[in-house]
Design a protein around this ligand. Sequence first.
Ligand code: ZN
Length: 610
Amino acid sequence: MKDEAIHYRVEPIDPHGHRFQVTLTIREPDPAGQRMALPAWIPGSYMIREFARHILAIAAHDERGSVHLDKIDKDTWRAAPAHGALQVSYTVYAWDLSVRAAHLDATHGFINFTSLALCVLGQQLRPCTVELVPPPESVATGWKVATSLPRAGARAHGFGRYRAPDYDALIDHPVEMGHFALGRFEAAGATHEVAVTGRTDVDMKRLTRDLARICETQARLFEPRSGQAPFSRYVFLTMAVGDGYGGLEHRDSTALLCQRNDLPHAGLQTPSDGYKTFLGLASHEYFHAWHVKRIKPEAFVPYDLWHETHTRLLWIFEGFTSYYDDLMLVRSGVITPQDYLTLLGRTISLVLRGPGRLRQSLADSSFDAWTKYYRQDENSPNSIVSYYAKGALVALALDLTLRARTQGQRSLDDVMRLMWTRYGRSFYNADGAAAMQQQGLAEEAFEPLVREASGLDLKRELRAWVEGTADLPLARLLEPFGIDLGLTPADNSPSLGTRLASSGGELRISTALTDGAAHRAGLSAGDVLVAVDGLKVASEATLKTLLARRKAGDRIRVHAFRRDELMDFEVRLQAAPATEAKLAVRTNDQASAHAAHQAAGRLRKGWLGA
Ligand code: ZN
């Protein structure tokens, strides 16, 4: 196949120096001078990252020789009018081991094209080809390629030519190159691959078996009749490292970063906590293939890759996905209902531990993701609420409400399916290009959609849960499902009301929680704790031991350094707040309640599918 009018040649020329060489050929450049820009952010990670700062050297030429380039803002270059095709060559520094950017060394290369492919402005809708070139043989041999990018001449898992129908598609298909363990399975009418980079002893058979069940369950949720996924191929690009965690969703793939110990090993019986975490992450990103990569907020249609793009709806896209990620594990049978209730309890605890939940609403948290959630500091626990965690709890509250009020006839699943058929199913054409009439979920469209899907008017509840800051009435909502929600203090010792971090033999307050004992006594984030009642504290454990011998209401003397000044404080200890959530299925202890018990069992079965 020949090159398209926009063609990128990508070569890992210097793995030791973490540099890719990219040559962009534009067959029909703008006669007035072609502009090209690298995105300032990558969809799915809502923070301005200014990827163009990693472009090290850039030059252009045409058939007559060198063409002058002007840099006109932090992301954009403009070439002088060219004769014939314009060729732009540049190197990109790639040393970010995350799922958001690009990474290259002698062990592997990972590419998001938001980091590597200059967008040819004005020609974003044109198809493009990418030629992936292997690294120098002196550095690495035998590398393979894993990507959901359609092949255009390259052999399966080989270097060579790939193709994207437009720029939006190109940046939605990351590439992994190197030596990786490769697994493959069929599910939901699609071929799935798992490529695991990094030293690993992963039990691929177990992993693909469990993932297949999760994938089938998700496809069935959106397409109950056909069970067909909206793609024919899907790739889990997985980097296994000693310590790390993250995922980024794409339309036909996901990039995952996980702890090597979280992957299953041969002989693993019941899933470890780490493996449940990994499956939850994979489930989360896979769910996004429907929800946020095809069903999208209107604000993201199309993406403006150069500016913050605000929406008050991230709680629907990230929160609902966080709700369904673990729910899909229990419905597919890879974890037990009791496992699921434990995970749900952790999410409830997480939200309750942050005083910021009483200050910021979910809608505000969504809107300010760019400057608050993604740029957290010492005061974040006091000032923000996670649209992931609280969003998941609102999804839970909504699901439980719909199920209880319709005796299990309607649920959040119906809302998801309505969003899917209305916005998601035909978002892309069969070739992956943008459909002519792409439509996203408008800012005010959700509540009417719930009414349409369920017949229930939940305007009042949704407003309180999404625009308000009061705690959600989860105990009451779980009641008809025969589940008790218990809240207890995290431990029996009285509380200092802080988050702590220890390093280098120092115990530092990372956050003084609003209205906690430390805050009231004048202690602050950044203070280094030295002694409590004249006894040295250098670790969280020694502090805990000291506090365990005191009770709420006691006054203790705390010495601490603020910067280089030793200060002392009288702290009146408080009772530890009841933030530990435990969910338990109620046992049938009264014969008179037999009918209610059975009804609860039915509702629970409809919800958890077990
Ligand atoms: Zn997500």
